[in-house]
Write a new protein. Structure first.
Length: 255
C-alpha cells in the first residue's frame, strides 16, 4: 500500500512540475517576443521551439493525470465488483418478494437470472438458496450472476420443472414469482410432498390472485401478509403464507 501511495505521489508531482514548467516556458517565450527590438527569423524559431516544448510538457501532464484517473477508476470498479456491488438493479417487486422471506433456507422457483437469490444473499439473511428454472439459458445467466456476486457458497442452481428439483424438508421457504396464478397452482399441485414440508410460501402471481388465495386456504395455509405494488402500468400482489387454518367469511375478501 505504501509503494502505491509513493507511486501516485510521484506521478502527481511529475504532472504538476510539467504544468509549471510549461507555464514558465510559455511566458518566457512571450517575454522574448516583447523584449526584442527586432523580430528576426532566429528569434521566431526560438520562440516557436519554446512554445512547442511548452505544449509537449502540458500534454504530457494531462496524459499522466488521465492515466492516473483511469487506473483509480478501474480499481474502484474492481473493488465494488468484488464486494458484490449492485450492478444489476433489482425491481421493487422482486425486492419486496425478497423482504417477505423470513427463513434461512429458500428455493426460488422460476429464478430466471437469480435476482431474488442474489438479493437475499446480499442481505445476509440466508444460509442456502436453491435457484430453480425449467430453461437452461436463464439458468446459465443465473450461474454467471451468482459467480459475479461471489455467492457460490450460498446459492446453487437446479434445472427442472417447478418444485420437482427439490426434496422434502430441503428448504423452509419457497418463492414463486414471475408467472400467472393458475400456473403457480399447477406447480404446487404437482409437488404436494414439498408444499407440506415448508414453513412459508412467498408468492407473486401476475394473474388470478383470487384463485391463489383460495388455493392456499384449501391446502391449509394462512395468508399472514400481502402487499400490492405498481410497476409501470401493472399492479402486482405479493403474498406470504404459512401452514395453518384460515377461511375468509366473505367471497369479496378473496378478490
Amino acid at each position: 500500500m505504501k509503494h502505491k501511495k509513493v507511486f501516485v505521489f510521484i506521478i502527481i508531482l511529475i504532472a504538476i512540475s510539467s504544468i509549471i514548467a510549461s507555464f514558465v516556458i510559455n511566458h518566457y517565450a512571450k517575454y522574448l517576443g516583447e523584449q526584442a527590438t527586432e523580430v528576426t527569423s532566429d528569434l521566431l524559431l526560438k520562440m516557436l521551439q519554446y512554445y512547442v516544448i511548452s505544449d509537449v510538457l502540458c500534454s504530457f501532464a494531462v496524459v499522466l493525470l488521465c492515466l492516473l484517473l483511469s487506473v483509480f477508476a478501474y480499481q474502484k470498479i474492481k473493488n465494488h465488483c468484488k464486494k458484490g456491488w449492485n450492478i444489476l438493479e433489482i425491481s421493487q417487486r422482486l425486492r419486496i418478494v425478497g423482504d417477505f422471506v423470513t427463513q434461512k433456507t429458500v428455493a426460488d422457483i422460476g429464478t430466471d437470472h437469480a435476482y431474488v437469490p442474489i438479493y437475499l444473499h446480499k442481505k445476509g439473511n440466508v444460509e442456502k438458496v436453491i435457484a430453480c428454472d425449467i430453461n437452461k439459458k436463464p439458468l446459465q445467466k443465473a450461474q454467471q450472476n451468482i459467480k459475479l456476486y461471489h455467492a457460490e457458497n450460498k446459492i446453487i442452481t437446479r434445472l427442472g420443472n417447478g418444485l420437482q428439483p427439490l426434496q422434502p424438508y430441503e428448504v423452509d421457504s419457497i418463492v414463486i414469482s414471475g408467472m400467472g396464478g393458475m400456473l403457480m397452482i399447477e406447480l404446487m399441485e404437482q409437488s404436494p410432498n414439498i408444499i407440506k414440508t415448508v414453513k412459508e410460501l412467498i408468492l407473486c402471481p401476475h394473474l388470478d390472485v383470487t384463485a391463489v388465495r383460495k388455493y392456499l386456504h384449501n391446502i391449509g395455509y394462512v395468508i399472514t401478509d400481502e402487499k400490492m405494488i405498481q410497476e409501470w402500468d401493472n399492479f402486482y400482489t405479493i403474498l406470504r403464507a404459512i401452514p395453518g387454518k384460515q377461511k375468509y367469511d366473505k367471497e369479496i375478501e378473496y378478490i
